[in-house]
Design a protein around this ligand. Structure first.
Ligand code: NDP
Length: 332
């Protein structure tokens, strides 16, 4: 293995706020992997909505300076010793962790997965976090059965397009929502039974019409504040509302007595509690990359941004101008 540089490109924040707090650096130290860690040279970094929560302070960064980013695809260039789950230098991997917005990241090995042969770097980079999220939502947050009616908000988003495809594969009837005609068309092509433009249409009326007045068995809601009431009103008797994100803001506290109107189950899951153990992570990742290897999931990449243009990427994501996955190239 060639010798490693001592400095690298990366993006840090020293305070929370708007996109102006994102600082692109070319002289960050290259970390050394501790025991139980591997050092990965990242090819492509995945952007997720959660990155914006840490930037704005909705979620609190552990310390400053803080390197954003939760996932990447690359090659292991140094192993730290200790339990590495069979991972070794030269392995092409995807990983979940922290400090992804950089050329090199030292990552705990328990959330590193060796990519099966034949899966291109960008596909692997686009797949992991949103793919595992989508899988865990349809399997554990609400176990979707064939024939279920399911409402998916932001159906043309990174997570949304994967949810729609998985629901189609299960044989569920998906009602998607999206904010523009182009996004509506993307979600429809991904396999939704019907897609509602929630900028202009009455979502609840359409959901009741499509479900014969019953409502849906489950709502998968990553939009949060703006759609919470609508989601609650769209669920069938004994249905499930899975609120899994805050793209429009965090859902404010609410009176649980409202759940009794239709005996609604309410869940607020995070991916990391479904893949907490190595066995859980490996099983889900193997399933996900099985879909990828068989070409059964299309990982739509909205764009690959130079890392130096991180502010533009965040602005596009928060400005609802993206459909599918946003990637970063850490070399540029
Ligand atoms: P997306 O690619 O889905 O982007 C967010 C989308 O949300 C936008 O494209 C937009 O679609 C929609 N949206 C609706 N209202 C707003 C608003 N006010 N501001 C911005 N966007 C809005 O992002 P991700 O796939 O990365 O994440 C989707 C959601 O899933 C997020 O809430 C994220 O936090 C959550 N998530 C949760 C996880 C968990 O473990 N719980 C794991 C992964 C993701 P449109 O224009 O069609 O409305």
């Amino acid at each position: 293995m060639a010798s490693l540089p001592s400095t690298q490109k990366g993006v840090v924040i020293n305070k929370t706020g708007g996109t102006d707090v994102l600082e692109y650096k070319t002289d960050l130290p290259v970390p050394a992997p501790a025991a139980g860690q591997v050092l990965v040279k990242n090819d492509y970094l995945g952007i997720n909505y959660i990155d914006t929560y840490f930037r704005t302070g909705l979620y609190k960064p552990a310390q400053f300076p803080y390197v954003l980013g939760r996932e990447a695809e690359g090659t292991i260039v140094k192993a730290g010793g200790g339990e590495l789950y069979g991972l070794k230098e030269g392995d092409r991997v995807v990983w979940l962790g922290e400090a992804a917005y950089a050329e090199y990241t030292a990552v705990p090995a328990d959330k590193v997965y060796k990519i099966p042969d034949g899966i291109p770097p960008k596909v692997a980079a686009a797949a992991l976090l949103q793919g595992l999220t989508a899988l865990s939502l349809v399997r554990e947050a609400y176990h979707v059965e064939k024939g279920d009616w399911v409402l998916v908000h932001a159906a043309a988003g990174g997570t949304g397009l994967l949810l729609v495809q998985l629901l189609k594969a299960i044989g569920a009837n998906t009602i998607g929502t999206a904010s523009t005609p182009e996004k509506v068309e993307l979600a429809r092509r991904a396999g939704a039974t019907h897609v509602i433009n929630y900028s202009v249409e009455d979502v609840k009326a359409k959901v009741l019409e499509l479900t014969g007045g019953a409502g849906v068995a489950a709502v998968l809601d990553g939009v949060g504040k703006a759609t919470f009431d609508l989601s609650l009103e769209s669920v069938a008797r004994k249905g499930t509302l899975v609120s899994f994100g805050n793209a429009s803001g965090a859902v404010p506290p609410f009176a649980i007595a409202r759940l009794s109107a239709r005996n609604t189950r309410l869940l607020r899951p995070t991916l990391f509690n479904y893949i907490a153990t190595r066995a859980e992570f490996e099983a889900y990742a193997a399933d996900l990359f099985g879909f990828a290897a068989r070409g059964e999931l299309d990982f739509r990449i909205h764009d690959t941004y130079p890392l130096s243009e991180i502010a533009r990427a965040h602005a596009d994501l928060e400005g609802r101008r993206t459909a599918g996955k946003l990637l970063l190239d850490p070399t540029k």
